[in-house]
Design a protein around this ligand. Structure first.
Ligand code: BYC
Length: 339
């Protein structure tokens, strides 16, 4: 059974795998070298398969758990327009989860197995969804910053070497783009509203900024005092699963987002933030990796609540799954009888 974490078999630490060892391995190497797609029936190294199952399933779980912080505000949206937009967005996240579970299934893992890993707590999902949505402005901040960070991370995944994941990402990115825009538009309305509304927008930016930077994952190479370093990036980039590193994506996100905050008239909560004309990038302060580790370990402000709600939703949905199975069986019997 697939387990989370670093379990890439020894001897599969880099590609090329050793073309010539077997015709299949040589073909895999050739596909990588030509920057073409690996498809489900193609031979692939076990480590490649496991890395993809890990990343795609974590991504799917993130989309599913990610419905909760925003779903929390559907009944309290301040207008019918905002409610309709938010409902559409949350439904999109459910859809993303489903495309991604389907993409993971093409790698030979069952959806039941993946869902079980989420429910029993052995699977990870993005740290960002363990923070609370305290005010309506948080809905704007999530769209602007969280979906903004997600797009930055996911656009390169549209060029991932695994075909089903790359194709799922194309549609997801189109939808994420709408999500980001609605979030920014919401923030703009608040920033141009009453002083209280502007203060609410600033407070949301203050709380979501640093967790959004953490979404990109640990640093690429630096081993900080706390030992934070991306474990998988190097190999995943060789396999063309990841195309751009965690730090590069984080920097791109900061460079794009700081001027957006300025346009809103809001202040990014980082006293060290400054433009470096020589590098053409913003410099920013240190990330609190202790907080990240704590949240990923299950001790964030909302981890327990998110998991409790997901387990309850799964149990409450048991009758739907049972009914769908019974209907599928009945239909198969009818079709067999008619044939
Ligand atoms: N949170 O070696 P690294 C959305 C883990 S949903 C938790 O760099 P990798 C949305 C990492 O898993 C957006 N854990 O890993 C939905 C690894 O642990 P394991 C979700 C994190 O995989 C609803 C360890 O740290 N996006 O858009 O090469 C509403 C070492 O990291 C995090 C995706 O899932 C984190 N933030 O790179 C609104 C994108 N970061 O597995 C919006 C797809 C790292 O060894 N995923 N870890 O136990 C990716 O691009 C990559 O998996 C990551 C991490 C960049 C996230």
């Amino acid at each position: 059974m697939y387990t989370q974490g670093l379990d890439i078999p020894k001897g599969e630490t880099s590609i090329p795998l050793g073309s010539g060892e077997s015709p299949e391995a040589a073909r895999f190497d050739a596909i990588m070298a030509a920057d073409e797609k690996i498809e489900p029936k193609d031979w692939m190294p076990e480590g490649y398969r496991k890395t993809l199952i890990r990343q795609i399933s974590q991504h799917a779980h993130s989309e599913v758990i990610g419905m909760q912080p925003e779903g929390n505000w559907i009944t309290r949206a301040p207008s019918l327009r905002r409610k309709a937009i938010l409902m559409a967005k949350v439904q999109d996240e459910a859809g993303h989860g489903l495309y991604l579970y389907s993409a993971a299934e093409t790698l030979g893992v069952s959806r039941d197995e993946l869902v079980e890993q989420l429910l029993n707590g052995s699977a990870k999902y993005s740290s960002i969804f363990n923070y609370p949505t305290l005010t309506w402005a948080d809905i704007g901040a999530i769209g602007w910053l969280v979906d903004g960070a997600a797009i930055m991370n996911q656009i390169p995944l549209c060029r991932c070497s695994y075909g089903p994941y790359a194709r799922a990402m194309i549609r997801i990115c189109k939808e994420e783009s709408f999500h980001q825009r609605q979030g920014y538009e919401l923030m703009l309305s608040l920033a141009r509203g009453t002083p209280e509304q502007k203060a609410m927008a600033q407070d949301a930016l203050n709380r979501w900024w640093w967790p959004s930077l953490m979404m990109f994952g640990p640093h690429d190479t630096k081993t900080d005092a706390d030992g934070m370093k991306s474990q998988h990036s190097e190999q995943s980039m060789r396999w063309r699963i990841k195309r751009v590193s965690n730090d590069e994506l984080r920097q791109k996100f900061v460079d794009v987002t700081v001027p957006q905050a300025e346009y809103l008239g809001l202040t990014v909560p980082d006293p060290d933030l400054k433009w470096n004309a020589e590098t053409g990038h913003y410099e920013f302060g240190p990330i609190d990796w202790e907080e990240f580790k704590n949240v990923v370990a299950g001790n964030g402000p909302c981890n327990a609540k998110r998991m409790k709600q997901r387990r309850a939703a799964h149990e409450n949905g048991a009758w739907v799954r049972k009914a769908a199975l019974a209907y599928a069986e009945k239909r198969a019997k009818r079709q067999a009888a008619a044939a």
